[in-house]
Design a protein around this ligand. Structure first.
Ligand code: CA
Length: 238
């Protein structure tokens, strides 16, 4: 089985992706049929799946669903490829367990950056599951979260977050760079107070940004989809 499996029914696009992967030394195989792709994934899980959503037989959503419920395929990263402007598809795919997405037409450079980001995550997953790794450092430790003490340091200063805000922030920073949908953030909130809606989520995000002060740009809004942490964001004054 090649390292990367591409599920794409448009031959030109599939081939384009394959060539760009090859250029950086990544071996891949293109499947035009969703069903055949699923059979191959289940038989021998690859390192990563690049998944078109609209396919003639089994669509990308179903492949996503099956991968996330299969023991051998559960942790294989999925990069979705969706038609431009289909925000509801992106949200649905992320909620079914896709890890990231690009929209068509995509720039090969962006696609390759996303692929390498996902592959890097696979490599570092072992470290983050280390029981001693109980702190999360973002943006070169400008944002420091201590999971045991439930404390958040912004540029070294202790800032108080409510339980709900802490859970939302944790959900975002646990996968920096990756989009979280509002529903995913809602389900990350624990406790009886978790009667949240997409709208109240936006209110919490506003409050979290205010508390992050100079680091507020770390939380980026992904319009129509959700939020993500952007570590390249510059610090702002105040
Ligand atoms: Ca398609």
């Amino acid at each position: 089985m090649p390292q990367i499996l591409i599920v794409e029914d448009e031959p030109d696009i599939g081939e384009l992706i394959r060539i760009h992967l090859e250029r950086v030394g990544l071996d891949s195989q293109v499947f035009k049929s969703g069903l055949e792709a699923w059979n191959a994934i289940e038989r021998d899980p690859p390192m990563l799946v690049i998944l078109d959503l609209m396919l003639p037989d089994m669509d990308g959503f179903e492949i996503c669903r099956r991968m996330r419920s299969g023991e051998k395929t559960r942790s294989v990263p999925i990069l979705m490829v969706s038609a431009k402007g289909e925000e509801s598809d992106i949200v649905a795919g992320l909620e079914l367990g896709a890890d990231d997405y690009v929209t068509k037409p995509f720039s090969p450079k962006v696609l390759m950056a996303r692929v390498q980001n996902l592959l890097r995550r696979v490599e570092t997953d072992g470290a983050s599951q280390d029981a001693t790794a109980r702190t999360i450092r973002i943006a070169g430790d400008r944002l420091h979260i201590d999971l045991d003490r439930h404390s958040v340091l912004v540029n070294g200063a202790d800032v108080e977050f409510t339980r709900t805000e802490f859970d939302i922030l944790l959900c975002l920073v646990s996968r920096p760079g990756f989009v979280r949908t509002r529903d995913q953030l809602i389900s990350a909130v624990h406790g009886e107070m978790a009667v949240l809606t997409a709208r109240t989520m936006d209110v919490h995000i506003t409050s979290i940004r205010r508390k992050l002060g100079p680091l507020r740009e770390l939380i980026r809004t992904v319009r129509g989809v959700g939020y993500r942490i952007d570590e390249s964001a510059p610090a702002t004054d105040g």
